[in-house]
Design a protein around this ligand. Structure first.
Ligand SMILES: [Zn+2]
Length: 149
């Protein structure tokens, strides 16, 4: 995956596609069934988008974030799209809520990526691909940067 990401802070969504259902243990959260479909994981990278997303993309790493358990279990390349906005305001929670409030989407796995906030989950499932990237609320940005493989 050749991709040039900004080195500065920002928030992002990783879009993963699962072709076949799998059962996975997600760290201490337990074991869950993941249906085939599209998964959207929102995160913030205040230390820099490039570093954080690069670490998500590396294979054979220690499983650190909840999303790593999912992405490492999907046939390479696991990440179909990366959406991001730059800026030092954390958008991950707003973004997760916006994604989860769409028709046909739902939050999955309580506590996924949201150990440090009050969100139910930062993982949002959709049985089919979303038509276009969702812009995080409360931003004046009209555009989300998108990488597609
Ligand atoms: Zn949150």
């Amino acid at each position: 995956m050749k991709i040039t990401l900004p080195t500065g802070p920002g928030s992002y969504v990783l879009v993963l596609r699962l072709l076949d259902p799998i059962s996975l243990t997600i760290g201490k959260l337990g074991e869950f069934q993941f249906d085939a479909g599209w998964y959207h994981y929102s995160g913030s990278a205040m230390g820099g988008l490039r570093g954080r997303i690069s670490s998500h993309l590396k294979r054979g790493q220690r499983l650190h974030w909840h999303i790593d358990y999912l992405s490492s279990s999907i046939t390479d390349p696991a990440i179909e799209e990366i959406w991001w906005v730059e800026g030092s305001t954390r958008r991950e929670c707003d973004w997760a809520k916006a994604l989860g409030s769409l028709r046909r989407t739902r939050h999955l796995v309580d506590g996924f990526g949201s150990s440090d906030c009050r969100c139910r989950s930062h993982l949002v499932y959709s049985p089919s691909a979303l038509q276009s990237p969702i812009i995080p609320p409360h931003t004046n940005q009209k555009l989300v940067q998108v990488y597609s493989r």
